[in-house]
Design a binder for this molecule. Structure first.
Ligand code: F3S
Ligand code: F3S
Length: 107
């Protein structure tokens, strides 16, 4: 199990979550961030700090955003388990689900 970043992060990318993750497993894509599910230790530290409530425990992802669980995992199909997001920095792509979202302007 892991935590999942869902639709509200798209085009917002507040990044408050990055500061909290003790294992540096939140990776930055072009329009959203993604949690590496094998590296996430389920500590829950990231969830309450997201100002747009984009982060959920896998079991608690709202029905309309269920596909984000798979999208977070699939973002790492090629990357595998890099063992730390900060050394990678911005990864200039997104999962197809995120790439297909209409542009959303932060409120
Ligand atoms: Fe996104 Fe929220 Fe983190 S907007 S970057 S999940 S703090
Ligand atoms: Fe990291 Fe803990 Fe969230 S391991 S991704 S801060 S649940």
């Amino acid at each position: 199990m892991a935590y999942v970043i869902a639709q509200p992060c798209v085009d917002v990318k507040d990044k408050a979550c990055l500061e909290e993750c003790p294992v540096d497993c939140i990776y930055e894509g072009e329009r959203a961030l993604y949690i590496q599910p094998d590296e996430c230790v389920d500590c829950g530290a990231c969830e309450p700090v997201c100002p747009v409530e984009a982060i959920f425990y896998e079991d608690d992802v709202p029905a309309e955003w269920q596909a984000y669980t798979q999208a977070n995992a699939e973002f790492f199909t090629e990357l595998g388990s890099p063992g730390g997001a900060s050394k990678l920095g911005l990864i200039e792509r997104d999962h197809a689900l995120v790439a297909a979202q209409p542009q959303q302007t932060p409120a």
